[in-house]
Design a protein around this ligand. Structure first.
Ligand code: CA
Length: 424
């Protein structure tokens, strides 16, 4: 897993009326990750794409609740990352699509061990296009330094060996198009080169994406009009996707932690679509052929942590064990109509949320067509399709059950931070 950090250069946030209170984190999923000298896609119909030179910190071992003074003990070394992106017009809820096209995350070529980099906070990153220097920045200007990032992330999400944090892209992204050769380099870290190609060339190159270790889990904000109005949002015009770190998923009959001192943590009962076949550029009419089956998720959110940058900040929803999934995957042949299923969420036996999948703003075929227009989905990748109206606060001791017609009951108990830690 690669976690990116947006808005991490001082000059980028100095002009913001409301600068971020915490690091602005996002996930670069498996379909984006590629290697040195591999092609990078310039999608048809988009004027240009933008490279994003970054230093990436590679973890040496499992890291959980790391004190910043010990953070470097958890670092294996450093490498280069190129955070390709479409041009973003706003930092507020940009579509996940901007950064998640296939191949939009070249990484490497080598991890330079920690003791061979004198000072990771004094590395000059350069981006060359066809040999010409076009963008430059130094890690001296990072707002959140490496130990602070590791400390912050590991308060809520366990990092595993070889997970990487791309610490930020300096201001001044440039446009590139198919035919351009893009190199990110730093004296200490070598160079990472990508050839930008057209959609046709990309398909013909047949470059295998790196084999993902874990499935990609996509979730959807505001996909029921009644729920959007409950949160005082208008239903979106484009699906409001976000990604969940694999560590946030847990199973049936497990516990999830409510952090101490927060005011609002709520459940979100949701239908999950499980992919059965590799799917790229799927049309609506064939979309259901790529579905293996369905399951249930409880997409808990800790709302206290929601800031308006990106959607949502990982701390809200990508927390260790926060997302129960299950109790089993039901094959699609056993579900007559996935767009006519009642969803009920109860807390301590009392039904608090009730909705029907027929009320989705974007239905399953639409979502599959949309997602696969930029992201290749693979077997066991999942899309959680959003929650209906009826949110309420949950506290330690609460038993929360999400039930969907034909899919069973997904049960979970909320525990305090103290109990959570005693179970680790
Ligand atoms: Ca949700």
């Amino acid at each position: 897993m690669v976690i990116g950090v947006a808005l991490n250069f001082a000059s980028e946030i100095s002009g913001l009326a409301e600068p971020p209170k915490t690091p602005v984190l996002y996930i670069k999923p498996a379909n984006t990750l590629t290697s040195h000298l591999s092609p990078v896609l310039h999608p048809d119909g988009i004027p240009a794409i933008q490279p994003g030179p970054s230093l990436a910190v590679v973890m040496a071992r499992r890291a959980r609740r790391v004190d910043r003074r010990e953070a470097f003990d958890f670092v294996k070394g450093y490498t280069l990352f190129n955070d390709f992106s479409l041009k973003e017009t706003s930092h507020f809820r940009p579509p996940v699509r901007t950064k998640c096209f296939d191949s939009f995350g070249p990484l490497g070529p080598a991890v330079i061990s920690r003791d061979r980099v004198a000072d990771p906070h004094d590395v000059t990153l350069r981006c060359r296009v066809n040999g010409e220097l076009r963008q430059q920045g130094t890690t001296r200007d990072l707002v959140w330094k490496i130990p602070e990032l590791i400390e912050h992330i590991t308060t809520f999400l366990t990092l595993e060996e070889d997970d990487a944090i791309a610490v930020g892209v300096p201001p001044g992204r440039v446009d590139v198009v198919a035919g351009d050769r893009v190199t990110v380099e730093a004296d200490e870290l070598g160079s990472l080169t990508s050839q930008v190609v057209t959609e046709l060339e990309f398909r013909e190159s047949g470059t295998p994406l790196s084999a993902p270790k874990q499935p990609t889990f996509l979730a959807l904000g505001l996909n029921y009009a009644d729920h959007a109005s409950e949160l005082r949002f208008r239903a979106p015009e484009e699906p409001l996707l976000f990604l969940k770190a694999p560590g946030s998923l847990t199973g049936h009959d497990q516990v999830s932690c409510r952090p101490d001192g927060v005011e609002m943590m709520h459940y979100e009962g949701e239908l999950v679509v499980v992919i059965g076949e590799t799917a790229s550029k799927v049309k609506r009419a064939e979309a259901m052929d790529y579905v293996h089956g369905y399951t249930i998720a409880n997409d808990y959110a800790v709302r206290d942590y929601l800031e308006n940058y990106y959607r949502p900040n990982l701390r809200v929803k990508s927390r260790d064990g926060l997302t129960p999934l299950g109790p089993r995957i039901v094959e699609k042949a056993l579900v007559a109509n996935p767009q006519a299923l009642e969803i009920r969420t109860s807390v301590n036996g009392e039904i608090r949320q009730r909705g029907n999948t027929r009320d989705m703003v974007f239905d399953i075929p639409f979502l599959l067509e949309y997602v696969t227009s930029f992201m290749t989905l693979r077997p066991f990748d999942m899309i959680s399709t959003g929650t209906p109206k009826g949110l309420s606060n949950v506290v330690p001791g609460d038993e929360v059950v999400v039930e969907i017609d034909g899919l069973g009951r997904l049960s979970n108990r909320i525990v305090s931070e103290t109990e959570w830690r005693s179970l680790e």
